[in-house]
Design a protein around this ligand. Sequence first.
Ligand code: AVJ
Length: 318
Amino acid sequence: MLKQELEDGQASLADPHFRADVLTGLAASPRAIPARWFYDRRGSELFEEITELPEYYPTRTETALLESISGALGDLAAPNAAVVEFGSGSSVKTPRLLRAIEPAAYVPIDISGEFLRHSAAQLSQAFPGLPVYPVEADFLRPVPLPEQVAKMPKLGFFPGSTIGNMNAWHAVDLLRAMREWLGEGARLLIGMDRVKSPEILVPAYDDAAGVTAAFNLNLLSRINRELDGTIPVDAFRHRAIWNADYARIEMHLEAQRDVDFTVDGRPFSMAAGETIHTENSHKYGPNGARQLLRAGGWTPIEQWTDDKDWFALILCEA
Ligand code: AVJ
């Protein structure tokens, strides 16, 4: 079937969801492409570089916070629990959690398969006795958890303020879905970035070295590569703005001149100054965080923040 389609020139090897999101998003008004498509191999690497930038405080703040509360983490989960990490990426924060909790199994879930397998292998080496069951999946759709952890109580770990990429209603849907996947008696440890001054927020998403710009622009290169696009990447500029009404950083790709291009054979035209909205990164105050978690079916039972109150780790019960 696939072979036949390929011979007929009807199908491409690209992810059909990627294709649909890009074609729909480029035709929409305003134009927007979901942020999860940043993370091809190159995008995942660039994100790792972002986490080391002086301006990008979230990763280092959350990691230090995890370290500082590691004494409390030991009591978070039952000894026979499985830790399930959503959007594990390179799993840099995970060793701290695993060392403190000593779970019976670890299930990293990530959309970038190659990246996932690499970091799962590294973790297995660092924790020889720990069964690791990587799941390559987009957790915005139902996630099948491996059979081996079916009977274990679960601690969900959702760090990095990844939840901030979602609008409130999507975040609520996801939190409810997680509650379902993780099952009876589950707990969730979630990282949420706090609202703070735009003077700190904007540079974190528009760094001097231009790594975030490269991360944003890589989406266009990915479209050209995987969806047979002709987008003139050089004609676009990275933009990061603080939208106070929605308490979020928005990333856009702005056309610097009028451009015409095709993606998968479909024509698009953009005028100079027009943008493609590529990411939202919502920030939460204590009340907003609590409301969101409760709407998602979780009860916050404990919360930790750093001295500057820049980032929060919140423990919830199903
Ligand atoms: C991975 C979604 C948490 O929003 O801070 C970093 C992604 N985008 N710089 C964030 C991101 C630009 C990041 N999250």
